[in-house]
Design a protein around this ligand. Structure first.
Ligand code: NIG
Ligand code: FE
Length: 391
């Protein structure tokens, strides 16, 4: 593979403070060399080594590819009607998930595969180069396993979410459903998944059920992450920290003890904030400032799904987080890149440093701050994934 030099980068976010200024490790007038799919060199353009190919960034800003650590892309149908009703005042509940379960079960493998491909590509055009995605709309052993098999063809970051809601067939026997999720369904799914997740919420799974499901998943070699404290206060966040989950996702309704638990995990459990969900359900946003000031590590992700957050756009999430969650532009950009990488326990993405994967984007803008300053504007102008031009 020929080496490529990207030069004349007006402002480069490395996410490595040792390479530049501030926590983002900003380098002005920078260059990056990519070789064999990895970053081979980063620094000031006037000191860059020679390469086989040269690309002139024209003074544009560059940053690491976004790491979207929370999405639900394996689904059939959509929920336009539910969204319409919600915008006329009908509140969001976990119950809408059933609509998508029926449509997902009815969809062919090819249809589901095309859906995942479509939204992974849509996300990539907006700068996302690493994306996690979940099962959770099959809710039978077969449909959960096929969801994960299909997801795994598009990303290594796959999450078993058989515990999204109690399957309709088990409405009168939730304990029986937990037995299925921790037994035969887990066995069918574990080979296709890296993570195990549970929707710990009123109308979904309580703390005891969530503990049983996450513990069983961990025994099968999956690493826990939790949908926690989205719609109401509850045990999800503290359970996530107690079990050493990689992330507690949503974190919208937090007590001081929840915030303390996340902070005292020392970065082991990342608070993953999903503003697309509050935006699209007209709910109150999580308070990122409170978490950051307490010392908790945060990530920003899309939660892309047909019910609560049908956006694949990390730039949109950054803009909302800055406008409404009291994050600075620097914090939001860090949370959408390095934060996501930490939530996926990956040190090869989310940064532009020698040895990392050559996942980066150029913006049609002089600075990463424009992602928040120019909301809704398609600023992502070029994307490399593993050193290959991807958009
Ligand atoms: O993260 N909270 C649970 N799951 C999704 C919503 C899924 C749906 O409504 O289809 C979420 O918001
Ligand atoms: Fe979710």
């Amino acid at each position: 593979m020929p080496t490529t030099l990207i030069t004349n980068i007006g402002s480069l976010v490395t996410n490595d403070p040792s390479l530049g200024t501030g926590p983002l490790g900003l380098v002005a007038d920078a260059a990056v060399v990519m070789a064999d799919g990895l970053i081979a060199w980063v620094g000031p353009a006037d000191r860059a080594p020679a390469a086989d190919e040269v690309y002139d960034a024209g003074g544009r800003a560059a940053l690491p590819g976004f790491v979207d650590s929370h999405s639900h892309l394996v689904f059939g149908g959509d929920r336009t009607q539910e969204f319409n009703a919600r915008m006329s005042g009908t509140p969001y509940t976990a119950g809408g998930i059933r609509t998508t379960v029926a449509a997902t079960r009815a969809a062919s493998d090819a249809e589901l595969d095309a859906t995942v491909a479509r939204y992974v590509a849509e996300a990539r055009r907006q700068g996302t180069t690493t994306i996690e995605t979940k099962s959770g709309y099959g809710l039978t052993a077969e449909d959960e396993a096929r969801s994960l098999r299909i997801a795994a063809a598009h990303t290594p970051e796959t999450t078993y979410l058989g515990a999204h809601i109690v399957a309709p067939e088990y409405a009168d026997d939730p304990a029986g459903y937990v037995d299925l999720v921790t037994g035969p369904m887990l066995e069918a799914c574990a080979p296709h998944a890296r993570w195990v997740d549970v929707f710990c919420e009123k109308g979904a799974f309580d703390g005891d059920q969530a503990r049983a499901i996450l513990t069983a998943g961990a025994r099968a070699g999956l690493i826990p992450r939790v949908h926690a404290n989205q719609l109401t206060y509850g045990p999800g966040v503290q359970l996530a920290v107690e079990l050493g989950a990689a992330s507690a996702d949503h974190c919208t309704h937090l007590t001081d003890a929840d915030v303390d638990a996340l902070a005292s995990s020392g970065g082991a459990t990342i608070a993953t904030l999903l503003p697309g969900a509050e935006f699209s359900t007209r709910a109150t946003y999580p308070d990122a400032r409170r978490l950051i000031d307490a010392g908790a590590a945060v990530a920003l992700s899309t939660d892309c799904n047909p019910g609560s957050s049908f956006t694949s756009s990390m730039p949109f999430c950054i803009a909302v987080a800055v406008r409404d969650m009291r994050m600075t532009p620097d914090e939001a950009v860090a949370a959408a890149t390095l934060g996501g990488a930490r939530a996926l326990r990956r040190d090869d993405v989310g940064r532009i440093t020698a040895g990392a994967r050559a996942d980066l984007m150029l913006l049609d803008a002089p600075s990463h701050v424009h992602l928040a300053y120019r909301p809704g504007v398609p600023l992502v102008s070029r994307v490399w994934q593993g050193g290959v031009r991807a958009a």
